[in-house]
Design a protein around this ligand. Structure first.
Ligand code: HEC
Length: 253
């Protein structure tokens, strides 16, 4: 659970996009959220050469960054970011921003993040809270649609700060979420929805490659169209998709 301030939403979008991390992590489709689901831990995370047991990872592993790996295999339990940890979270020292920057560039071999991107990621990490009584629910279409909205809000914030890299990554985050939705709309009866998702993602790609000055209005139009058209159709067909718990369980059998 986290607040809905624009900076937090922007950070939440970036947290879930694999291309924030570079090299092997991005190729494997890993994002911050793969290890820290909703900013928490991930008891099921298991990657050969990176984990020693489910829920552990070695982030200083040469798997992620050949140049920077410390040469030792020392996985630890993935921490829950809702809990106080080793890294001070206060805004006075900016230790969190420095840590996240180091993680992206040094450990994962990613591209240097901009100050606005770091501010957003740190704001999100600071906002992560545990749910009351540790409740846990399956992912619904609404969660993924709200993640798409986070991407729109994040892109707008980056555009306002004239941050091209941050805006492009926010759009990549939206496309990543559309891809995750498409994975749940399998089967011949849902071909139209899948095609719609692909077309929406392509339209975003074109917007992301355009001039930053035109990106804001183009995104606003995209969002209106998406909300009035495809998002409605997806909601209507949610019961026939793998967001339906019974269908999902059956497909995994
Ligand atoms: C491969 C799994 C993995 C990925 C991907 C990952 N982390 Fe982590 N994260 C860890 C592990 C393991 C630790 C504990 C490291 C330690 O204690 O030495 C950690 C520690 C942290 C901490 C410090 C928590 C504390 O103790 O205060 C923060 C903050 C954090 N991660 C944020 C992020 C962000 C932001 C990203 C994306 C840029 C990210 N993580 C990506 C596994 C991961």
């Amino acid at each position: 659970m986290a607040s809905d301030a624009p900076l937090v939403r922007s950070g939440r979008a970036l947290f879930a996009v694999p291309t924030l991390l570079g090299g092997q992590a991005a190729k494997a489709g890993l994002s911050c959220a793969s290890c820290h689901i909703n900013g928490r831990g991930n008891p099921h995370f298991l990657l050969a050469g990176v984990s020693v047991a489910p829920g552990t990872a070695d982030v200083t592993n040469s798997f992620f960054s050949a140049a920077r790996g410390n040469g030792r295999f020392d996985p630890v339990v993935i921490p829950d970011l809702a809990m106080p940890g080793k890294i001070a979270r206060g805004t006075d020292t900016r230790a969190l921003e420095a840590f996240v920057r180091n993680l992206i560039v040094e450990e994962f071999g990613g591209r240097e993040p901009t100050p606005a991107m770091l501010a957003a990621l740190a704001a999100y990490v600071r906002a992560v809270r545990a749910c009351p009584e540790g409740q846990s629910v399956g992912r619904r279409l609404a969660d993924q649609l709200s993640a798409v909205d986070d991407g729109v809000a994040g892109a707008q914030l980056m555009i306002d700060r004239a941050d091209l890299q941050g805006a492009q990554l926010s759009i990549a985050a939206m496309r990543h979420q559309l891809g995750l939705i498409a994975e749940r709309y399998t089967g011949p009866g849902l071909a139209r929805e899948r095609e719609g998702l692909l077309a929406a993602s392509r339209a975003l790609q074109t917007i992301g490659e355009g001039d930053l000055a035109r990106t804001g209005p183009a995104l606003a139009r995209w969002k209106d169209q998406f909300g009035a058209g495809l998002a409605k159709r997806l909601r209507g067909a949610e019961g026939r998709s793998l967001y339906d718990r019974k269908r999902l369980a059956k497909s995994l059998r």
